[in-house]
Design a binder for this molecule. Structure first.
Ligand SMILES: N[C@@H](CCC(=O)N[C@@H](CS)C(=O)NCC(=O)O)C(=O)O
Length: 215
């Protein structure tokens, strides 16, 4: 049985959870408490020397980093595919570039915005909030142009779309209107949010957050 080490509300772990669900793979979820220092323990550092979730274990394979894990899953369990066909090298590169954009220029900025908005209002840095909000909006504007005439970022649903979903799901709670002057992004978000893998993720994450708050 596949094992996935993840933590509550980790967007990178959520990328892997969506991929596992898309491929119909069942797994044991092991929730790691980052705040309690569990990712710094020697037994965890043996799995990932960087001390970060997600980590996936599949028989003898121990794999960290959401991008590498999702590529592994696509290689090992090819159906349904989450990357364009091997012959379509340029399209595969497009999917990977979108994933890189999500992981470097969207998700971290939205995470920093969540952290800033979580502070009491009188401690918030208004300029920082504005900068982070604009950074997320700029990426959404770019996606809106790229999605012109397409249902998904690399034509078919892929790791490219998956990478954006975890933080797309929280934009409303940050008062960012996905669809404001972005009809292509609005239609795309609706399309991806309706997928069973994403609905299941939403339910699980809500449940885990409630449990974490009450413990
Ligand atoms: N590039 C990594 C990023 C993973 C990451 O940043 N994980 C965070 C939680 S969302 C983490 O484990 N942080 C623990 C720490 O940095 O101590 C991936 O895509 O898997």
């Amino acid at each position: 049985m596949i094992k996935l080490y993840d933590s509550v509300n980790c967007p990178y772990g959520q990328k892997v959870r969506i991929a596992l669900a898309e491929k119909g793979l069942s797994y044991d979820l092991i929730l790691v408490d980052i705040a309690a220092g569990e990712t710094r323990r020697p037994e965890f550092l043996r799995l990932n020397p960087y001390g970060r979730v997600p980590v996936l274990i599949d028989e003898d394979a121990v794999i960290y980093d959401s991008t590498i894990i999702n590529e592994y899953l696509d290689d090992e369990y090819p159906s349904p595919p989450l990357l364009p066909k091997v012959e379509l090298s340029a399209k595969r590169a497009v999917a990977r570039m979108f994933e890189d954009l999500a992981d470097t220029s969207f998700t971290p900025q939205v995470d920093q915005l969540i952290a800033e908005m979580g502070k009491p209002e009188n401690e918030r840095d208004a300029n920082r909030v504005q900068r982070l909000r604009q950074a997320a909006e700029r990426v959404l504007d770019y996606l809106n142009r790229q999605l012109h005439g397409r249902d998904f970022l690399a034509d078919e649903f892929s790791v490219a779309d998956i990478s954006f979903i975890p933080r797309l799901l929280v934009l409303e709670s940050l008062d960012i209107d996905i669809g404001a002057n972005r009809p292509n992004v609005e239609a795309w978000a609706k399309r991806v949010f309706e997928r069973p893998s994403v609905r299941a993720l939403r339910d699980n994450v809500a449940q885990e957050s409630t449990q974490a708050q009450s413990s």
